[in-house]
Design a protein around this ligand. Structure first.
Ligand code: SF4
Length: 183
């Protein structure tokens, strides 16, 4: 890939941005996900990316996401989505200014739950609590930072649910963090 700053016409197919402008993925890699607007908007699956154009309406219609800042985060098939989301929430938990309770407490709770998931210590109840926290932070804060913390959680656990459930299953089976239960 060729990370950089690109000025492109609105409506450019998203796959063109990835392949023609940015040089495509590394050899042998598959696209796993793109976050199109900084880290603060819902993540997109490869199927959604293939259908979307680089404009506000298309991204929202196809993936329920937003162009936002236009800062793309591209993840290939080597990305662990639990680890990736944990890393994102570390930022939100740290940067919450603390003025309103849902964001101040909720972002820290979500980060703590994700750390337990990452470390192979979480239960199914934690997964339910994670989604519940995100739903209750969104639109209940003074500024948009709360929703910005909630939307990645809501979308990751919905669109890449298998990876989050696999972490719970491996924890229940007593496997070390990162090992999955054989199917
Ligand atoms: S939502 Fe905004 S105002 Fe409220 S705690 Fe978070 S950063 Fe502060």
């Amino acid at each position: 890939m060729k990370p950089g700053v690109y000025e492109i016409p609105l409506g450019t197919p998203m796959m063109d941005l990835l392949n023609k402008w940015c040089g495509g993925l590394r050899p042998g890699r598959k696209l796993k996900a793109i976050i199109p607007g900084g880290s603060s908007v819902p993540v997109m699956t490869p199927a959604e990316v293939e259908q979307a154009n680089m404009d506000y309406e298309s991204i929202n219609k196809v993936a329920g996401s937003y162009l936002g800042s236009g800062g793309f985060i591209v993840m290939d098939d080597t990305t662990d989505m639990v680890d990736a989301l944990t890393n994102l929430l570390r930022f939100y938990a740290h940067e919450s200014c603390g003025q309103c309770t849902p964001c101040r407490e909720g972002s820290a709770w979500m980060y703590n739950i994700l750390c337990r998931l990452r470390d192979g210590l979480a239960t199914e109840d934690d997964l339910v609590a994670l989604r519940d926290l995100a739903d209750n932070i969104h639109s209940r804060t003074i500024c948009f930072f709360g929703a910005s913390a909630a939307m990645p959680v809501q979308s990751f656990v919905t669109k890449f649910r298998d990876e989050f459930v696999a972490r719970v299953e491996s924890a229940r089976a007593g496997l070390p963090a990162g090992l999955a239960v054989a199917k």
